[in-house]
Design a protein around this ligand. Structure first.
Ligand code: SF4
Length: 332
């Protein structure tokens, strides 16, 4: 598809950077209209998928992701904790379900999952799954064998973000490579799990880098079922603490291009939503976003809060997404 072609809901995996940049450069009303057209061709545009995220092991991470409060490389004042007990996690998941969450995501600040922790994670996952929730985890790099073990425990989704464009990656993280990320995504796919993979805007990247991130996501062998788009929440003590916030309309553009490039995927407004106006969020939903995190916190950053979220969705006439099987939601 060229920038001038009509929008298409059939997934493609051969996007060029020039094509993606041309979409970013469209007049905003035209871009949003195209994205909304694709959105309603695939999804009910009044439905929003609701996820809740719990940090099951906080801080002390060996990676040096320049945006993260949990890296041991930076002085952020965050207190590191041990891996939570499965019972505590399952109890929090039950509260999340009672609060309306459909998917429960468990995040651990690890460079990679250690085999010794797999049984405890498996107990958490199977316990959360037994509550009738979709399960998701983000635990760092996985081996193929670990991915299979998590899948066997009942894990539906694995989150592993690409963060930014391939050529911008070394500026953000030095302790792993883009290929490391792609390898874990491949293990997740081979194990039969759905993929949650997106990135972060507002890290001082260029529009071309934002286009490159979305191009990389769209040109994966199979599109991620969930595409979280985060707006950087600057953390004091991290290298990106002083990054200029991304313009709200540029964030909307990023959402719209993600919708056009990954038409069958759920596109999530992830971190940074608490800093957005209701109007910006509404524009994001019009541009094809159809998922948010709910609950009081993300891993270590705040969310707008349940009352604010409920009021926003009510005022916009939006409702929780009807359950979709991960496999049925899968993009080609
Ligand atoms: S983003 Fe994840 S991998 Fe990177 S430092 Fe933070 S916890 Fe570690």
């Amino acid at each position: 598809m060229t920038a001038a072609a009509p929008p298409c809901a059939t997934p493609r995996h051969d996007w060029t950077r020039a094509e993606v940049e041309a979409l970013f450069d469209l007049p905003l009303p035209e871009l949003v209209f195209r994205a909304a057209t694709v959105h309603r061709a695939v999804f009910d545009p009044t439905e929003i998928q609701l996820s809740q995220l719990l940090s099951v092991k906080t801080g002390g991470c060996a990676e040096d992701c320049g945006y993260c409060s949990q890296s041991a490389h930076f002085e952020t004042g965050l207190k590191a904790t041990r891996l939570l007990d499965a019972e505590a996690v399952i109890a929090t998941a039950a509260e999340a379900k009672a609060g309306g969450a459909q998917r429960f995501c468990m995040g651990a600040a690890w460079r990679e999952l250690k085999d010794r922790d797999v049984p405890k994670l498996a107990a958490m996952i199977s316990g959360v799954k037994a509550l009738g929730l979709e399960t998701c985890a983000t635990l760092g790099m996985l081996t193929a064998e670990q991915a299979r073990a998590l899948k066997a425990a009942g894990l539906d989704y694995y989150n592993h973000n690409l963060d930014t464009a391939p050529e911008d990656y070394a500026r953000i993280v030095s302790t792993r490579t883009y290929q490391d990320r792609l390898d874990t995504l491949e293990h997740v796919r081979e194990a039969g799990m759905a993929v949650c993979c997106g990135g972060i805007v507002g890290m001082g990247e260029s529009r071309s880098h934002r286009a490159g991130l979305l191009q990389a996501l769209a040109n994966l062998p199979r599109h991620p079922e969930s595409v979280p788009i985060n707006a950087l929440v600057p953390i004091a003590g991290t290298p990106l603490a002083g990054a200029a916030p991304v313009d709200a309309l540029e964030f909307v553009r990023t959402i719209a291009v993600a919708r056009l490039l990954c038409p069958q995927s759920v596109v999530r407004i992830a971190a940074g939503r608490e800093g957005m106006s209701r109007e910006t969020q509404a524009l994001c939903f019009l541009a094809g976003a159809n998922s948010i995190f709910v609950g009081g916190r993300l891993l270590t950053t705040p969310l707008p809060g349940e009352d604010a979220d409920r009021a926003l969705l009510d005022d916009l006439g939006l409702k929780p997404m009807t359950a979709r099987e991960p496999a049925a939601a899968a993009a080609a």
